[in-house]
Ligand binder design. Sequence first.
Ligand SMILES: Nc1ncnc2c1ncn2[C@@H]1O[C@H](COP(=O)(O)OP(=O)(O)OP(=O)(O)O)[C@@H](O)[C@H]1O
Length: 238
Amino acid sequence: MSATRSIVQFENVGLRYGTGAETLSDLTFALREGGFYFLTGPSGAGKTSLLKLLYMAQRPSRGLIRLFSEDIVTMPRDRLPGFRRRIGVVFQDFRLVRHLSAFDNIALPLRVAGVEEGDLATPVTEMLSWVGLGHRASARPATLSGGEQQRVAIARAVIARPELLIADEPTGNVDPDMAKRLIHLFDALNKLGTTVVVATHDVHLLTRIPRAEMLRLDRGQLADPTGALRHPPKGPEE
Ligand SMILES: Nc1ncnc2c1ncn2[C@@H]1O[C@H](COP(=O)(O)OP(=O)(O)OP(=O)(O)O)[C@@H](O)[C@H]1O
């Protein structure tokens, strides 16, 4: 793996919903393959909108976006699903499949990737236990708490070791100990080569990955438009 290859490139990207002012303006930056990035900024700054551009739920109103070295703005729609399979996403609202158990939600990406039924139990059970839900394998999402649903969503996003992991406020519903455990999971995945982008308000989370870089959005613009990304503040030693 090259240390300097870009996995994501934005050039003069703007996003406008409807006819209003631009929600995102003049975004120009690149994310290194294998990097760990925190996306921060006040509520309404445009973090979720930027992530939607990244996981191709939204097309920009202007500008160029390259993902895995391909232009995804003009990419034909029928190629998008294949591309999305290379990305793990933790949505702010979880988006679990309602009629499937926690086990089957987490198993989904492996099934899509063609893993044999007999080979699912070990990784899925391991993942369930890592996120503290070993005893909830057969529970449907509606019977899980918000924090438990969030943990299933995270397990589902990471289980197939995506090339790019995108997480929107992934620790918003869990206590500090669980947040630590979950960020450890992202850390481990990143060390295996996955590029990680986490949008968060949680300052404590930032201190957990000292090597991470920060993208700071303010009113739809990058606070460091030079592309000189900063490292997060150092946390207390434990
Ligand atoms: N689908 C949409 N249609 C119209 N406006 C939208 C849409 N989605 C987001 N917006 C607007 O775009 C702006 C940025 O929203 P966004 O959710 O991207 O911010 P955010 O930084 O993720 O906020 P938060 O931290 O509160 O989640 C807000 O003013 C929001 O109202």
